[in-house]
Design a protein around this ligand. Structure first.
Ligand code: AMP
Length: 432
């Protein structure tokens, strides 16, 4: 059947067991960040369009051509957030938190929207998990968020992690570096496309976002931001490196790391891992000391990162925690009430487990076919295969106040009183 309605281009639907992996990754994020003293902030998807032009930057690809911007019914220009930092900063200022006690430790999890060309791992609606630390001017800010980020990624099963670092210095560094970059690139720009020539004129740092091989080749020999740093930024960069080494975090300088958003100052970073291969980064972060003030708040230094959840889950070695699974199969419709009652008792004995009843009462054969296919997928679905059971409830069982218990792993089966089953499940659980 041809569907009458389709998901909007660049968006998608998630079902179990994939959505179970998302839930688990987000659970680990909340647990990790929570244990470091970070609390969750939730800001609206819709914001004033001007907020992003001001923060992310007029000349960035995001603002220039990727935003979902539309007038509302009163003609106000609204934008569906393309990233979450601007919204968080707006919220802090508006609610008076930007002038309150520091440090302020926040994280967010939620959908972002960019009108990009959909391709593997890139969507128009995608999700980010991000962290923002406000009020720490010194390099211990970067060290804390990067160490916490590593703890999170390691809990997801990533190994061989390493952070690429660069410093883009202050606004002055960016200006003088931008001029040097323009001077270097200009004589070689004939081979560039219109878009990259526009970047060269408007904001040459944006050329680092380009995927054109001609641009990349030119940039490989370009001046480096590290050569333009003022003394304090240079000192800061050295301290970040030292603190990371002290924390046992592998790191290296990557002078070509000039991230896509305009608001970064000093430190910018990305993380790579042996598990990620050559594909593009799953996350990016940095310091943005000037952003709060530029959006009308007090001078408040900040460090943060945003992880692309879609890419993260494509590559994370994450496995779901194993839980018990019981399917209750009534032989006919007359047995559904009994099956439901038994399921209720079993659920109490198996907190965190999954206990489902075949409400369609299609008979044992079809019921077992479903049970077997779930057993075959135990690993991806996060079931403990050895603890997977099918319970048969039919006339014979009903007469005896019993239930037939079949172990899906071995096919062994026996008929026992329901109370005995519940007692055994509870006892097994306590030894597990
Ligand atoms: P950014 O906010 O551009 O620094 O991106 C941070 C992370 O978000 C990237 O490393 C990607 O993993 C992810 N990301 C950005 N744009 C998209 C997109 N269109 N689809 C999926 N993930 C994205």
């Amino acid at each position: 059947m041809t569907p009458r309605f389709r998901a909007v281009k660049g968006t998608r639907d998630l079902f179990p067991p994939e959505s179970d992996r998302w839930i688990e990754a987000e659970r680990i994020a909340r647990e990790t960040f929570g244990s470091w003293g970070y609390g969750e902030v939730r800001t609206p998807v819709l914001e004033d369009t001007a907020l992003f032009a001001r923060s992310v930057g007029e000349t960035t690809d995001i603002v220039h051509k990727e935003m979902y911007t539309f007038p509302d019914r009163k003609g106000r220009s609204l934008t569906m957030r393309p990233e979450n930092t601007a919204g968080v900063v707006r919220a802090l200022i508006e609610n008076g938190l930007a002038s309150g006690p520091t440090p302020l430790r926040l994280y967010y999890v939620g959908p972002q929207f960019r009108y990009e060309r959909p391709q593997a791992g890139r969507y128009r609606e995608f999700s980010q998990i991000g962290v923002e630390l406000f009020g720490v001017e010194g390099p211990s800010g970067e060290a804390e968020v990067i160490e916490m980020l590593f703890a999170f990624l390691e809990s997801l099963g990533f190994r061989d992690l390493s952070v690429s670092l660069n410093s883009v210095g202050t606004a002055e560094t960016r200006a003088s570096f931008g001029e040097a970059l323009r001077a270097h690139v200009l004589p070689r720009a004939k081979a560039f496309g219109d878009d990259d020539r526009r970047k060269l004129a408007d904001n040459p740092l944006r050329l680092f976002d380009s995927k054109d091989p001609a641009v990349r080749e030119t940039l490989a020999e370009a001046p480096r931001t590290l050569d333009f740093l003022d003394d304090r930024s240079r000192l800061h960069h050295g301290e970040v490196q030292r603190l990371l080494t002290e924390a046992g975090i592998p790191h290296h300088d990557d002078p070509s790391l000039v991230r896509g958003l305009d608001y970064y100052t000093r430190t910018v970073f990305e993380v790579s891992s042996g598990d990620l291969g050559a594909q593009d980064a799953i996350l990016g972060g940095g310091r943005y000391d000037g952003l709060v003030a530029s959006l009308g708040g007090p001078s408040l230094p900040a460090v943060g990162f945003a992880i692309g959840e879609d890419r993260l889950l494509q590559v994370a070695p994450l496995t779901l925690p194993r839980r018990a699974f019981v399917i209750v199969l009534p032989q006919g419709t007359d047995d559904v009430a009994d099956a439901t009652r038994i399921a209720r008792e079993v659920r109490v004995a198996l907190p965190g487990g999954r206990v489902e009843v075949d409400l369609t009462a299609r008979g044992l054969k079809k019921g077992m076919a479903r049970a077997s296919s779930l057993y075959a997928e135990a690993d991806t679905r996060g079931f403990d295969g050895r603890a997977m059971l099918a319970l048969f409830v039919g006339e014979r069982e009903r007469a005896a106040g019993a239930v037939t218990v079949k172990k899906l792993a071995t096919g062994d089966q026996e008929t026992i009183p329901v109370a005995e089953l519940v007692r055994r499940l509870a006892a097994e659980r306590s030894t597990r």
